[in-house]
Design a protein around this ligand. Structure first.
Ligand SMILES: *Cc1c(COP(=O)(O)O)cnc(C)c1O
Length: 462
């Protein structure tokens, strides 16, 4: 199994190399050279299996010879052992043909744990073999950071540095990043927004001297292994609802296009997904792109669903690569235009391809709150604001095909927004009840590449 860059000018890598590399050296993202197929029989055979076994069967062909079967099974088991629900990703029914896929039963209460816990296991196994030490730098709008810290805290040969936008994450998100006591954990509060953090991270990857000096590794959803782990729950949910005999649709609250791109891969593997619906908050660049055929940055406005407050949607590049018939040179040109002009126009052929594969919608702040309130009133289920964006958009796409909306975080991660909508303040699970009394450790850093690199060089344990 080989991985190629979306910009066509970086070396072809194995799974292990792509996982350890993160961003390709031509600035692109790694994708599988060909997507492995699952037959209807193989999909049908997933019915009733435990989540870990579904994960093994779905991911196995992508991993190549990086791990043998027994080792890979053990890593998967270890990754999900810390989840508090035996189904890992349980389905809850909201309405006649509308289901919620609860992805927040992991250690940091957001869906990021599905990928990050597995990546943590896979990195450890690969590093144990090679004896290498690495510096993981991650940019976060809130949830990636805590999930990465949880997955890598205390590891001897890993430093984990998280850049988050100062003042733009929820208090629970911030405390999850600033309270771990392990000295390989470094939280940096950047004076900027998430896009600034993500841009700084990409600049670090493109500074080859720095990249090689700190042995930089990335665990943002630019990392293919993140996307891969997320493919699994599309299969698990669809099979529970009757796939492959019955088609299923998904609505995905998204900003960086990572989670929904995983759904696209599931469909490309043969899972009969009817519609994939992109749900954005008021920062609706993806919805506008699909409507107009032009991707254009506008300023980010802070919302009650902060994990989706983003303009530059990294993983959209992976979809564009497919939309342009895997022409890396065209993708490179469009990404350069986005960087230079803040916008680019998608060709007619490519936008037709995207519109055939994806629908989209947006939820305003008022619609998000109203949805949290209405769903609580009608079902008793408390939604986090991101999940509410998804449910709002999904409601415009309900029909004969079962709809699954991804619930991306636990409501207790965003208690202010949930309380404002419903009057109910969702409590944290008891295992993290002391989060508010733990002391915090964080470094405030200007939005400046050189300053960030200096702080990172000072902090990491060489
Ligand atoms: C990260 C995140 C999202 C968006 O995920 P994408 O990778 O942008 O698709 C949505 N909701 C929550 C709670 C998140 O943490």
């Amino acid at each position: 199994m080989h991985y190629v860059s979306t910009r066509g000018a970086a070396p072809v890598l194995s799974f292990e190399q792509a996982m350890m590399t993160g961003l390709a050296r031509d600035g692109g993202l790694y994708v599988p050279a060909t997507v492995p197929q699952m037959t209807p029989e193989a999909i049908a055979a997933l019915a009733g299996l435990r989540y870990e076994e579904v994960a093994f069967r779905v991911m196995r062909p992508f991993v190549g010879d990086t791990f043998d079967d027994a080792a890979f099974r053990a890593l998967i088991d270890a990754a999900y052992a810390g989840f508090t629900h035996p189904a890992r990703a349980p389905l809850v029914q909201l309405d006649a043909n509308h289901f919620l896929l609860e992805l927040f039963h992991g250690p940091t209460l957001a869906f990021k744990d599905f990928a990050m816990q597995l990546i943590g296991q896979m990195f450890q196994a690969a590093l144990a073999r090679s004896g290498a030490r690495i510096t993981i730098v991650g940019a976060t709008s809130g949830d990636t950071g805590s999930a990465a810290i949880e997955a890598f805290r205390g590891l001897a040969n890993v430093d984990v540095v998280i850049l988050y936008p100062h003042g733009r994450v929820s208090e629970v998100q911030r405390r999850q990043m600033t309270t771990p006591v392990e000295d390989n954990v470094h939280a940096l509060a950047v004076d900027g927004d998430f896009d600034d953090c993500q841009a700084a991270l990409k600049d670090m990857f493109n500074d080859f001297a720095f990249r090689d000096r700190v042995r930089l590794a990335g665990v943002n959803s630019i990392n293919w292994a993140r996307v891969l782990a997320q493919v699994v729950y599309y299969f698990a949910a669809a099979v529970t609802l009757g796939a492959p005999q019955r088609r299923v649709s998904f609505t995905v609250p998204t900003g960086n296009f990572g989670d929904i791109y995983a759904g696209h891969i599931a469909r490309a593997m043969g899972l009969p997904i009817d519609r994939l619906v992109i749900a954005t908050n008021q920062n609706d660049i993806l919805h506008r792109t699909l409507q107009t055929g032009r991707q254009e940055k506008k300023g980010v406005r802070a919302s009650i669903s902060p994990s989706m407050d983003i303009q530059v949607s990294s993983n959209f590049e992976r979809a564009l690569f497919d939309a342009y018939g895997r022409d890396g040179a065209v993708v490179a040109g469009q990404m350069e235009a986005l960087r230079r002009d803040g916008a680019f126009d998608i060709s007619q052929g490519a936008i037709d391809w995207l519109r055939a594969g994806f629908a989209s919608g947006r939820a305003s702040e008022e619609e998000t709150s109203a949805t949290i309130r209405a769903v609580q009133a009608s079902t008793g289920e408390l939604l986090c604001p991101h999940s509410a964006v998804g449910v709002h958009v999904a409601q415009a796409h309900l029909g004969a095909v079962p709809m699954v909306t991804l619930a991306t975080a636990h409501p207790a991660k965003f208690p202010d927004a949930v309380e404002a909508a419903t009057g109910i303040r969702p409590p944290l699970p008891s295992r993290m009840a002391d989060l508010y009394s733990r002391s915090e450790r964080v470094t405030r850093v200007p939005n400046d590449l050189a300053a960030l690199q200096r702080v990172i060089l000072e902090r990491i344990r060489h």
